[in-house]
Structure formats: structure tokens, C-alpha cells
Design a protein around this ligand. Structure first.
Ligand code: SAM
Length: 332
């Protein structure tokens, strides 16, 4: 059981009614709270929850429009995303309680101050390195308009400007990551065919791929519903077509790809995780056509080349700058 769920269950009498659990972990909590419904924006957790509690958790960037007696937000990593989520939840809770639970090291105490826009926050519990806060919503806000919260910026790229639309919580919200910038300079010579942008974030790599290789079908995949939505918005803003998929890890990607291009993930909430990136390297060959190619940017200190050579074939370093390297590995 996630420690945040354990903290909620210490006060189970508060959570017996029709409750919305936003950003809930993929654990047993729904089994303990029969009146509760989940809302997840993480495709992997949603899949696990769907398997165990079919039909009890929705996936997407907006909460289900139902009349909840209360809602709990499991603190996400980004402050902007927290702001959006609290507002989206508080909008439907006039006169009712909104709870916030999170790990201390994830900054729950600071985030609890964001509750003050809706009423007077109270700390209800502190245990398992987590805190539980509550606010009785006295000033319900209007339902937030997600597009209005997006950051829109224009990247001046070698092949012309690219409009980027990045929603709260999406990777490098509002600017171009240095690793991605280097990868954008090294997208030449990819094989023709279906191309995948794995871990697409706001869709920058996928959009540039489509512009560079207009004959190619481009697929963009991310685990996060806000990234998926941002990628759709970025493609549309540039008049580009692409298939955007919500999915957890390379297993969710289509097969028979000509190339997989990625600035792969390495953070999961407050924890560092290379799991999805290592799985990408280990299983890329299953998703590539013969002669297909994996092209990655990674921190130079990560020991990816031996892993790539073990699972795919010879790995070439195309470039190195600012502590990042571009790797290219054709499927043998
Ligand atoms: C380093 S960012 C790159 C974003 C974007 N491609 C760019 O260059 O700006 C990695 C992305 O991978 C996504 N991600 C993390 N874990 C994932 C997983 N298991 N499956 C798919 N995508 C994942 C994150 O949500 C994030 O958007």
C-alpha cells in the first residue's frame, strides 16, 4: 500500500461517501473505499487500476463531471499542475471538503498553502512521512480552462519556427530542454517509414519529425495524459498530422517502426527512475523493422551504449554537447 493511501485509511471515516481520488496510486485503496472513484492521468497506473477495479477510474486531463461529496488530490510533482488540479476539483465542491495528501519530501506542506485560495486549510494528519490536509471549499472557483493555462512559445529552428503548446506539469514546461535541442540538430538520415517519438512530452520531437519526413507516418507516445494533450495541441498549432497515444513504456508502442527517436524519461515523481528508458533499449528491436534505427539523447554519464549494443547492435555517438550525447543504433 502506498504510504499516502495508508494515511487516508487512518481516517477512513472521512472517506466513506461518494469520493473522487485524483492522481491515486495503483494500489488497493479503491478496494477499501467502495464509494470512491479514481481519476488518473498516468496511463500505466490507469491500466493497473482498470485491471483490478474495472470501470472505477477515469483517465484524462479533466475530472469526471459527477456530484462528489469530497475529493482527495494526491500531490503531483509540478506546482502548476497542482494549481490546475486543485482548481478543477474545488470547482465542483462548494461547501464540501477538498483534501490534499502527499509526501513531505514532495513538498506537501508548501502545496497546502495553495489550498488557501478556497478556504482555511487544516492539517489533519502526519504519518508515514506524509501529511493529510483539508479545506472546506468556501469560495468555489470556476472550472479552469486548460488551454488558457498552456504555455505557448515559438522555437526558432533551422527549418523554421515551431509553435509549442505545453500544459502544466509537462516536461520542460515553457522551454526547450538542452538534450532535446541537441537531438533536434541530429535528426538527419532516418530510414523512411513509421517513426515513433517515445516519451513525447509537448510533442516537439514528433512535430519536427513530421515536418522533416512528411511522407512518414509519425506516432507520438507518452504515459502522461497532459503530455498527450499537449502533443495534440502542438501538432494542430503547426498544421501537422500524427497519431498520439497514451501508453506506459515501449510495450504500448506499435511494431514495424522505421525509427524510434527519444529523449527518454528519467524522473518519476520525486524518485529517479531509469526503468522506462532501460526497457525502451531492451525492447526497441521488437518494435523496429530490420534496418530500423533507435536514436536517443541521454546524459553522457548514463552507461547506455553497452546496453544498446547488447540488445540492438553497434552504437554510434553522433554528437556530444553540454553533458548530453546523441546515440544512433541501427537494428542488426
Ligand atoms: C525527458 S522527457 C522528453 C519530452 C519530449 N520528448 C521533449 O523532448 O521535450 C520524457 C517524457 O517521457 C514521458 N514518460 C515517462 N515515463 C514514461 C513511460 N513509462 N512511457 C512513456 N512515456 C513516459 C514523460 O511523461 C516525459 O514527457
Amino acid at each position: 500500500m502506498d504510504p499516502r493511501s495508508e494515511v487516508l485509511l487512518r481516517q477512513a471515516e472521512l472517506f466513506g461517501g461518494k469520493l473522487l481520488l485524483a492522481g491515486l496510486p495503483a494500489d488497493d485503496l479503491l478496494g477499501h473505499l467502495p464509494g470512491a472513484t479514481g481519476w488518473s492521468w498516468h496511463a500505466g497506473e490507469q491500466q493497473l487500476l482498470e485491471r483490478r477495479f474495472a470501470g472505477r477510474c477515469s483517465f484524462g486531463v479533466t475530472p469526471a463531471q459527477a456530484d462528489f461529496e469530497a475529493a482527495v488530490l494526491f500531490l503531483p510533482k509540478s506546482r502548476e499542475l497542482t494549481e490546475y488540479l486543485l482548481q478543477a476539483l474545488a470547482a465542483g465542491l462548494e461547501g464540501r471538503p477538498l483534501y490534499l495528501v502527499g509526501e513531505k519530501r514532495a513538498g506537501v506542506e508548501r502545496a497546502a498553502r495553495q489550498l488557501a485560495s478556497y478556504g482555511a486549510p487544516r492539517k489533519l494528519d502526519s504519518a508515514r512521512h506524509c501529511q493529510l490536509w483539508q479545506v472546506q471549499v468556501e469560495r468555489a472557483p470556476a472550472l479552469p480552462e486548460l488551454p488558457a493555462l498552456a504555455q505557448r512559445f515559438s522555437l526558432q529552428l533551422a527549418d523554421g519556427p515551431l509553435e509549442v503548446i505545453s500544459l502544466p506539469g509537462v516536461f520542460s514546461h515553457g522551454r526547450l530542454d538542452r538534450g532535446s535541442a541537441l537531438l533536434l540538430e541530429h535528426l538527419d538520415g532516418l530510414p523512411n517509414g513509421r517513426l515513433l517519438d517515445f516519451g513525447c512530452g509537448a510533442g516537439i520531437l514528433g512535430a519536427v519529425l513530421k515536418r522533416r519526413y512528411p511522407q512518414s507516418e509519425v506516432v507520438l507516445l507518452d504515459v502522461d495524459a497532459f503530455a498527450v494533450e499537449s502533443s495534440r495541441m502542438t501538432l494542430a498549432a503547426n498544421g501537422l498530422e500524427g497519431e498520439v497515444i497514451a501508453g506506459d513504456g515501449i510495450h504500448a508502442a506499435p511494431r514495424q517502426l522505421a525509427a524510434i527517436v527519444s529523449n527518454p524519461p528519467f524522473h518519476q515523481g520525486v524518485h529517479t527512475s531509469y526503468e522506462a528508458s532501460e526497457a525502451l533499449i531492451e525492447h526497441a528491436a521488437e518494435h523496429l523493422l530490420g534496418g530500423g534505427e533507435l536514436r536517443l539523447v541521454a546524459n553522457a554519464f548514463l552507461k547506455y551504449p553497452p546496453l544498446i549494443e547488447r540488445h540492438l547492435g553497434p552504437c554510434q555517438t553522433l554528437a556530444e554537447r553540454d553533458g548530453f550525447r546523441i546515440y544512433r543504433a541501427p537494428r542488426g
